[in-house]
Structures are given as C-alpha cells and as structure tokens.
Design a protein around this ligand. Structure first.
Ligand code: ZN
Length: 1006
C-alpha cells in the first residue's frame, strides 16, 4: 500500500556533484501488487494484475534491453494457470533465460514481518519457491520487502537460509532512516540471529526516503510522475485504454524536463549511498498494466539521458535487482555489520506509530493461526498415512488437493495487508472464506484418515494389541460419541482437552477401553451446555480414539463414572468498583503443585501468585482497560487499522466484576465477568483462568490458561488486558520476532506519542522479569503488547475504530470491527532460570494443541460396539529442544527439462517427504537444552517407516545444501567462512547434529 502524500523533498535543488565518476542508475521496473488490501484478489486480477504480466511479457519480447521484476507469486501463478497463452509461456521461459524477467522473493506474497509466525513465513516462501523451481528451474536469490510495516530480524535469517544473496527493506522509523541516509548507512550486513550470527548473515539494502515508488511530483505537470499508464481503474479496465492520471507523454517538448527531473532525483539519491550506483525503482502500486505506454515513454527518456550523460553525469539502464546487487557486490566495499536488532515498531511521523495493526482484526489473526496449525497437523498425518498405505483408500491426489488449498490460503493471508488486519472489510472476508474453506477440506481429510478401519494393518502395526473392553457402563442404551485426538507434535504430551457436550454427565474411555480422568461442569455460555475436560496422553504424532458415554442415571461410586469429576460452580457476590474498600483482607486460594493463586473477594480480581517451589509471592492484578481513540482528524491524531495513537492514558473498562470459581480435579476454573456499567445485564469482558490441578503432576502445573471474551466494543475503543505486578522490570519487556527469537524492549520516552511508540508485536511470547521472578505470556495469535509502568504488561486484545479521514473513508479502511474476540494466553510465573528453559516449548505446544475431532453425534448404538484396539499409530519423538517444524509431502517435482521447453506438468512426487527440524534455544539460554543435539533420523522416523535416503536442502527445499553457495559480502569483521551453509551435514548412517537456533530442512525417502 502507498499513501498519496510525501515527496516534498524533490524541491530541494541538488548541488553539482563533484565526483568525477558518473552515477550509474539502475532503473528497476516493478509493480507492487498487494495480494488483498483494498480489493480482492479476483477484483485485482480483473482490473490490472492479469494485464501486468500479459503486457510486460509482450513488451519485453518486443525490445531487447527492457527488464522487469516479478514479486508476488500468487498473482503470477493465477496468470500463468488461467490467463497466459502458450506464446506468453514460451516467452516467459525465454525472458528468464536471458535474465530480463526476474523472480524476486518468490513467495506467494510479500509477507508481513511484525505479526506473522515464522512457520507461516516459511510456508508461504516454500509454496512459491516450489512452484518456481518445478516450473522454471528458477531459485530466487533476492528479497524486495518494500512494504511490510517495519522489519523483523527473523526475515533476514530466513532469506539467508533460503539461499538469498541480498535482502532489501524499506519501511523503518522516519527519524532513523533520515539518520542512516545522512550518514550513508542504509546498507549493511545483517546478522539477524544472535546465535547463528555470521553463518546466516545477509547483505541488506534499505530503500531511501522515496521508498519503492517513483517520485510522483513533476514540476511541469499536474499529473503523476513517471506513470505514463496512469492509475488502475476498478472494477473494469477502461475500454479505450485511457486510464486516469496518465502522465504527459515524453515528446520533443517534454523530454528535457523529464530528463532533468529524473537526473536530479538520481543525483540526490546518490548522495545517500557509498557507491555511485543508484537503485531507482520504477513503479509503484498497481503499475505496468499497460506496459507498452510505460516502456515506450521511458525508452525515449533514458535514451535522451544517456546521450547527454556527460552533461548530466548520470547513465541510466533497465535493470533487475540482481543487476544492481551484482554490481554493488563487485565494488568489493567493506560493509558495516548490524547485529540482531530489528526495526520494530515503525513510525512514519511523530504521531504516526504503526503499532495499531498488531491488534487489528483479532478474529482474522486468530483464524489464520488456527488454519496454520490445522494444516500442520494434516500434513504430518497424511504423510504418515501415505507412507504406511501408499495405495490406501484415501486417494492421495484428493488428499494433496485439500492440503494445497489450505497451503494456498494460509500463505495468502500472510500478505502485509492480510494478517495485519489493514485490509478493507470485503478483503478480510475473502481471506476468511479461503481459510475456512481450506480448513473444511483439511478436516475432511483428517476424518477420512481417522475413520479407516483398523484392520488395515501392515508390518509396522504388528504390535497393535486387541485389548478387550475393560470398562463399560452397564446399559446398552447409553448414548455415546467418538472423538479422535491427534497430537501433531513430535513430542510426547500429557494435557487436557475440552469438548462441549449436551449432557450433565459423561464418561470418557480411551482406545484400551479404560476410563480416563475427566471433569464435567456447566459451561459459561449456556445453561444447556456442559464443558467436558479429559486428560489425554499421546506420543509424538500419535492419535487415539476416545469414546464418550453419556450415562442417563447417576453413577455409583467405584464404577467407570468415578473417573469423571462433576464440578460445581461457586458464585461470589458482584462487586462494584466504587464500593471497593480495603483489598487483600478476604483472599481465596486456588492451589496446584506450582502455584498458590489468591483471589480477592473485595474486588473479585486476582491478588497474588506464589511460586511454591521458590516460595516467592508476586502481587498480580489483572483487568481490562480501554484507550478512547480520536476519530476526528480535525481534533488531532487518529487511531486507525494501521496506527495506534493513545489519546491520553487508558481507563478501567468496567464498573463491576462478578467471579465464579469451579474447583475441580483436573482443572480449577476461575471465571471473571466485567460489566461496563453497574446496571448492565450483560458483561462486555470476561476472562477464564484454568489452573491444572490434578493427574499427579502429569499435567504441566505451571501453565495457567486464560481465555478472554472481548466485545462487541463501543466505537473508538481499544481494549487492553493489563497485568499489574510487583515485579521491578523498569518497564523493560521481552517480545518475540515471529516466534523465532526474543527481543529486549527498553522503554523509551519521546516528545510525543510515547505510549504508541512503546508498543511491540507479540506473536508467540512476551515476558517481563526482575532478578527473582519472570511473568511469561504465550499467545496463539498476534497482539500488541507494552510495559508502560513498573511491573506492568498490557496486551491489546481488540480494537474498534472509525474516523473521518478522507483517505481511510475512500478505501473503507476505518476498522469498524464489531466482532467478539476470544483469544487465549498462557501465563507462567517463576524464576527467570526455570522459565527460560520452558517457554519455547510451551509456546509451540500452545500453537499446536491437540486436534480434537468428534466424528459422530452422540447416539445410542444398536449394533455391537467395535472392539477397542489400543493406540493405532506409533509415536515419533524428538528431544525436547528440537521441534519438528514441518513433515509434509510437497508434491512438486523438479525436472531439468522444464527450464527449456513445454508446459507439461511433471508427475506429482509423493515419495519425497520434507522434514524440517528447528532447535528452539539460543546459545547459552539453557545449560542443558542449548547444547547441539544429535539425532538419528532413521531412528526418529521408525514409527512412520524405514528411511532409505536423506538429503539436506535449503530452507525452501530448492537447493541441495552442498550446492548452495551464497555471495560473501565483505565486512570489517569478515572471517574465513569455508562452510557456507554453516551446517554440519548428515552422516552416512543418518546422524545429524542440530545446533542452537538452526532450522534444518531435509528431503527424506522411505
Ligand atoms: Zn503493499
């Protein structure tokens, strides 16, 4: 996206450069094509995107020196599959061979960097790269992250791992960019990971103040700058080819004025860089849909400049990004090194802090992550199914089509106007529809696999036991329901799952027919619904079938019913804030093995938490607060879907609180309801805290689950959940970059807008600490987070905004989001030492909670019940510090012939399994878990099948790791790097050693 203001600086006159060397400008034709934002993908294809590729290919074919870079693969693929003619396809292959058409990034989208999860960033990149390599034999080597709102330090690491030679960013703080520009520091070598350091460093170019658009101000024209094709028209392209705002053509009369303007701009920019090479992006949003008029004007203009180059001191040439970076690389300059600091948050002006989008459209952010975890689970389940039954009844092409649809949808929403919540309502609906359709498909696939008859056993399954039923209620007339629970992680887990049922009593039997510990209680939502919690113990990648029986009469003690605890709800009096007197006198304890939580009956709020192992008590109060946003541009800075502007401090968002406690044997639940006004019949906010209490230490006792319900909000409200503690954190906060690594966030004071500029994205983790204690929050979706006072941490859970800014109004981008949101956080408290070896794994466990799928409705079974038959699949287990980040069948297949000829699709390759393993720890973070860890892939995978071959590859699977050679950019700290990948490799007998923070990708064959 681009705002229609800026660029006043061109008015500056440029003094004659005294450098003898001519400035060489690399004019890079490009079109920034948002996969979403204001218009849907379909509308965009129709209005301009499809024409971009058709006309660019035609125009490049016509004149030999023209070039173009293609960025977003989703649009390119839609064009390639549905629009391109055979002639176009042939030309594309030729242009790629000639290096005149260049794929940049190669991901499906240009992903957001602040609120995306690392797994999803990798997914969308892998998805695009697989297509490009299969179709063209092409592997992108350069990034072009021109529009994401701030830059994460995870991104350069991922691009290095994918084999890129250089990275490019643009949106960083305005004052920092000014500084870097003045001091010629826009280019550097970035070591994004504090642990991987120079092993995965990458040269990074920061775009100057003009960013990725051509200067749009032309002194002699009241139309736009170098955009001879004008601006795209929606919904239909104009029949006569006349678009709005077409620039004056380059003619005898105008050519000199154009040339002078362009040369001035090039010379101005040259002053900000260390070499005499200027990257001059030519394009902007939705450009080149009429490439003929674009190139025919620019050809003349560039020709004119080059024939007067002695006079101008400038030469110009069409270029791809590779042309520019290659030339720069050859200068052999030595570059500054940047450590692992990121560029978040991002402000464009003193009152324009782009920290609102961390919390915009919380529902979409949540669904995007749930879709991603469902995909993760479905991929591994299908992979193991396919290896066991290559010709089994679940048709593999059908299965792959379901997975591909969900891969596409999850990739699409990672776009920087997608998961950010900065799109128009119809585009948000589009993402949501694609995600939900994809999820339905994946659920069909899961159900198909779960429902296979267990008799389909082969030799791996010879250990399956046919245990007869051991526990059963007497009556044959008891309704029962079957529920599959799948653990998608390659770790053994022991946790509880929650299902809603219509009965007041339920007994849960596992697949051995044994009753499992369970708890049932009235739900918060409705008087006819009950929450059933039951304990599941599953090995890595293992699923089990549970039978839930609903006895119609009370159970006798000692019968199978005895394993289910019927929990009662204890209600407390409503308390009104204005009547609160002395707090801390009437405290109610809720205990488990880790904690003593105290709730204050005076306020109905949490009062303190004691870490029982360390005997440390921390005061903790939690409640909801609201920022009241300004929506009138006449009265001051506004908040919108991008920007958060705190209009004063937050205020408490409630006048009374009701509390209920449900003491249980599996979990104890504390329910708190917050009423906006004392007399309100319905609460606006609620939080349910679940304290695991039972199961003799086999449930993680340190994991306090909090589920929130927020909304609908009043208009122009931004709601935060505030945790106030006795910690002495000095307003220092730790937040994650994309769930991959932690960043220390020290509170900074500014002349203006301090609250908003101290907000950071939280993707999976945020914590604060002092010498003795740490309080950690883990999240299953992104939020904004800040520590604005001593010991305080607030999470922005929801935003509903409206404003009268013309630009926002015109594009329907005001964020009037009236939904109810239901995010979940896990809270943990303990010593910094003890939590620093736990939170990484816990964060992954929250992201990938067990898949719970009811495969039928409760019914009375007329026929004989089937025999129970034990867990149906064998576990796959990795050490605690290694996470199986992906196990999937990509399906694409590279054949060397593809780069030269024909369009025939290669056979889908079902035998090549992509396995990605990541080490969760930083160097030195944990004495034990931060160690390099050796595993034997054959042994790890034996629960699935017999591994016959392993090949290590680059992050997205397109390079054999031994063939990958990345450019080495000289730095002041350059050391001899012999092993370019930095990886230790796989031994003959399938051993591999994975070091801290490594992400290793393998193709394995069974
Ligand atoms: Zn954009």
């Amino acid at each position: 996206m681009i705002f229609p203001f800026f660029f006043g600086l061109l008015l500056m006159t440029v003094s004659e450069n005294d450098a003898a060397e001519k400035i060489q400008a690399f004019v890079i034709p490009h079109s920034h094509m948002d996969v979403g934002w204001v218009y849907t993908v379909q509308e965009s294809m129709h209005a301009y995107a499809s024409n971009v590729y058709s006309t660019v290919v035609e125009e490049l074919t016509r004149v030999k020196n023209r070039k173009f870079i293609a960025v977003e693969q989703e649009f390119f693929r839609l064009w390639w599959t549905n629009v391109a003619s055979d002639w176009h396809k042939k030309q594309v292959r030729q242009l790629l061979l000639e290096g005149r058409l260049e794929f940049i990034i190669g991901g499906q989208v240009m992903h957001d960097e602040a609120v995306t999860d690392v797994d999803d960033a990798i997914l969308q990149l892998t998805e695009g790269h697989g297509f490009l390599y299969e179709t063209f034999g092409v592997r992108p080597r350069f990034a072009w992250h021109v529009d994401p709102f701030g830059a994460s330090a995870t991104t350069p690491v991922l691009f290095a791992l994918a084999g890129f030679d250089a990275h490019l960013i643009s949106r960083i703080d305005y004052d920092l960019k000014d500084d870097m520009q003045k001091n010629k520091k826009l280019q550097f070598v970035w070591r994004g990971s504090p642990t991987l350091k120079e092993k995965q460093e990458i040269f990074t170019h920061t775009m100057d103040q003009f960013s990725y658009c051509t200067p749009s101000y032309i002194p002699f024209s009241n139309r736009s700058g170098f955009y001879w094709n004008g601006v795209a028209l929606f919904p239909d392209p104009p029949k006569d080819g006349k678009y709005p705002n077409m620039s004056l053509p380059v003619t005898k009369e105008t050519v000199e004025l154009y040339a002078q303007t362009m040369v001035d701009n090039i010379r101005l920019r040259a002053q900000w860089f260390r070499s005499s090479h200027v990257l001059w992006p030519w394009g902007c949003d939705k450009q080149f849909y009429n490439a003929s008029v674009q190139f025919s004007n620019m050809d003349v203009l560039m020709n004119y400049i080059n024939t007067h180059s002695d006079q101008y001191g400038v030469t110009v040439q069409y270029a791809t990004l590779k042309d520019y970076f290659q030339t720069l690389h050859q200068t052999n300059l030595s570059w500054d090194v940047r450590g692992n600091q990121d560029f978040l948050p991002y402000s464009t002006e003193p009152f324009q802090a782009w920290t609102g989008f961390y919390g915009s459209r919380n529902v979409l952010k949540g669904v995007a992550r749930r879709a991603s975890s469902l995909l993760y689970a479905s991929e591994s389940l299908f992979t193991r199914y396919h290896i066991s039954y290559p010709d089994g009844p679940v048709q593999r092409e059908w299965a792959l089509s379901k997975l591909k649809a969900l891969r596409w949808a999850v990739s699409e929403v990672q776009h920087h106007d997608g998961i950010t919540g900065t799109e128009s309502p119809k585009v948000a609906d589009m993402y949501m529809e694609h995600l939900l359709q994809g999820m339905m498909g994946a659920e069909e696939l899961l159900a198909a696999i779960f429902l296979l008859p267990q008799t389909l056993s082969n030799d791996i399954y010879d250990q399956i036991k046919n245990t007869p039923t051991t526990a059963r209620t007497d009556s044959e007339n008891v309704p029962e329901q079957h529920i599959f629970v799948y653990n998608p992680l390659a770790w053994n887990i022991s946790t509880y799952v929650n299902v809603s049922v219509q009965y007041a009593m339920a007994v849960v039997l596992d697949d051995d027919g044994k009753a499992v510990p369970a708890q049932i209680q009235p739900s918060m939502e409705s008087s006819t619904v009950y929450d059933l919690f039951f304990v599941v113990e599953l090995g890595g990648l293992q699923y089990r079938k549970y039978t839930v029986q609903f006895p119609q009469s009370p159970c006798d003690t000692g019968s199978a019913c005895g394993a289910t605890h019927v929990a009662k709800v204890v209600k407390f009096n409503k308390t009104n804030v204005r009547q609160w007197k002395k707090t801390g006198r009437k405290l109610l304890p809720v205990l488990n093995e880790c904690y003593k939580l105290m709730f204050d009956q005076e306020t109905n709020l949490l009062h303190s938490i004691t870490d029982r192992s360390k005997k440390i008590r921390v005061r903790v109060q939690q409640d909801f607060w609201e920022y009241k946003a300004n929506g009138d541009v006449q009265s001051g800075p506004i908040s919108d879907n991008y920007i958060f502007t705190a209009n004063g401090s937050a205020v408490p968002a409630y006048k009374s609180v009701v509390m209920e406690i449900v003491p249980g044997k599996v979990i104890s639940e504390i329910r708190q309801y917050f009423y906006r006004e004392e007399e309100d019949a319905n609460h606006t906010y609620s939080v349910v805290t679940r304290v695991p209490v039972g199961f003799k230490g086999r449930l993680s006792c340190f994991r306090l689950e909090q589920s929130y319900k927020v909304g609908p909000l009043e208009v122009n409200r931004e709601t935060v959940f505030r945790t106030r503690t006795s910690l002495q954190n000095n307003r220092t906060l730790f937040t994650d970059n994309n769930g991959y690594q932690m960043m220390k966030r020290t509170y900074k004071g500014y002349a203006n807008n301090t609250v908003a500029r101290n907000y950071y994205p939280m993707v999976r983790v945020a914590y604060m600490e002092d010498e003795s204690s740490r309080v950690v929050f883990l999240s299953e979706r992104a939020h904004g987070v800040a520590s604005l006072s001593q010991g305080q941490l607030e999470v922005m859970l929801h935003r509903r905004l409206w404003n009268n800014q013309e630009w926002n109004q015109g594009y329907n981008l005001t964020l009037n989001d009236s939904s109810v949101v239901r995010p979940v956080l896990w809270m943990m408290l303990g010593s910094p030492d003890s939590l620093s070896s736990i939170y990484q794994q816990e964060a992954v466990e929250l992201q990938h909670r067990p898949v719970v799928m009811a495969i039928d409705q409760p019914q009375k079974l007329l026929n004989q019940r089937e025999t129970f038959s034990g867990p149906s699949v064998h576990p796959v287990v990795l050490p605690q510090n290694l996470h199986m980040q992906s196990l999937s069948i990509p399906g694409w297949n590279y054949s060397p012939e593809h780069s030269s000829g024909g369009d025939e699709k290669s056979e889908v390759n079902f035998d090549r399994i992509l396995l990605r393993i990541t080490h969760l720890y930083e160097e030195g973070e944990s004495p034990v878990l931060s160690q390099p860890t050796t595993i034997n892939l054959k042994e790890v995978m034996q629960g699935i099948g017999k591994v016959s071959k392993v090949q290590e590859c680059s992050l997205t699977g397109t390079w054999n790791i031994s063939d990958l050679q990345r450019w080495n950019w000289k730095t002041d700290e350059t050391m001899q790097k012999t092993d370019k990948s930095g990886f230790s490799g796989v031994t003959q007998d399938f051993n591999v050693t994975i070091s801290p923070k490594e992400i290793r990708t393998f193709f394995i064959y069974f």
